[in-house]
Design a protein around this ligand. Sequence first.
Ligand SMILES: NC(=O)c1ccc[n+]([C@@H]2O[C@H](COP(=O)([O-])OP(=O)(O)OC[C@H]3O[C@@H](n4cnc5c(N)ncnc54)[C@H](O)[C@@H]3O)[C@@H](O)[C@H]2O)c1
Length: 383
Amino acid sequence: MKQRIRIGMVGGGEGAFIGAVHRIAARIDDRFELVAGALSSDVERSKQSALALGIDIDRAYDTFTAMAVQEKQRTDGIQAVIIVTPNHMHFPVAQAFLQQGIHVICDKPVTRTLEEALALEQQVRESGALFALTHNYTGYPLVRHAQHLVQTGVLGTLRTIQVEYAQDWLTQKIEDTGNKQAQWRTDPSKSGLAGCLGDIGTHAFNLACFISGQDVEEVAADLTAFVLGRQLDDNVHTMLRFSGGAKGMLWASQVAPGNENSLKIRLYGDKGGLEWAQESPNELWLSAFGEPTQRLTRAGATMSPVANAASRIPAGHPEGYLEGFATLYLDIANAIDALEKGADINSVQGLIPSISDGVVGMKFIQAVLKSSEQNSAWQKVAP
Ligand SMILES: NC(=O)c1ccc[n+]([C@@H]2O[C@H](COP(=O)([O-])OP(=O)(O)OC[C@H]3O[C@@H](n4cnc5c(N)ncnc54)[C@H](O)[C@@H]3O)[C@@H](O)[C@H]2O)c1
């Protein structure tokens, strides 16, 4: 019988947001088993949360440092850790587990600062462990199909890339009302120097690079904290110059009333264009220039193998956020299994966002911040 991969989680305790999503996603294809956790910064809540999830009491740890050391000593210790804490804890937690040679699955943005990201990149390389960054939007079948369409030249030479990620939940100063998710996201000591830019702008940036296959070389940006007294940006506009010659624009906002989780992307080349929106993830609009626009559907006719491999149920049955997330977990499970069988670490990353994607995201943040400080002057993104 195939053994499930043993995982532990840091963060994601009762009342937390994304930890529960990771737990569901990791179970959709039944390849993982959650056996250990340091689930909260509050020791009591950490233990309560672990018990509620069926984790043995001796593997409900007070701290992530104890968890890393003690799990390594067990013959049935965890093979991978999931990091779903606020941003400032990603770096120390990832370090602790990589030191033990344990694979790391970490949410974005990868760290609080670029310096931390670079140090982590070095450590990942030396550890030989897998590092997966959960830019989960890359797991949607139609996002992978969009990448395939670009790669196979269906759009021709890319000219323009428009990407936006709009939400409205920070329209008012809810960080002052006790909302924990809002509190740490608007606090530079926990979030990093970027607010909305780091929180959702990095997803939009990653999506544009993933589908286009191009890097962003230069940015001209305008960041704003519209809500009075807020320390970090809640809105960002930036123009983008891509390595392959495409020009683009990225808008991310958490103060756009009426928008729940509106991530959208449009790419146009000299032969055609395409459009995808996260809130209607089962359809992709493809236009060959001069021909009627086609509505391509998830698991429908003409899907690429890479898109079909990321679908679980027949066309017409909606799949979405959880399944897209689960596809990353499926890729991670396959990568860990291959490593256990002796595969080379450099051969298993595939489409899984990596530590390098995390570093690039932090370089993007740095360039955007610098540009905005200089009245939107063009800034190079560090190579
Ligand atoms: N990929 C996505 O779509 C997505 C969506 C939301 C959040 N995120 C990212 O996930 C991370 C968590 O975000 P969230 O909204 O779930 O935050 P949250 O505030 O809801 O949860 C954070 C959890 O981390 C715990 N924690 C803090 N310090 C800890 C420590 N030292 N040890 C153990 N646990 C600790 C908290 O107690 C809490 O349980 C962030 O980095 C965020 O950017 C990603």
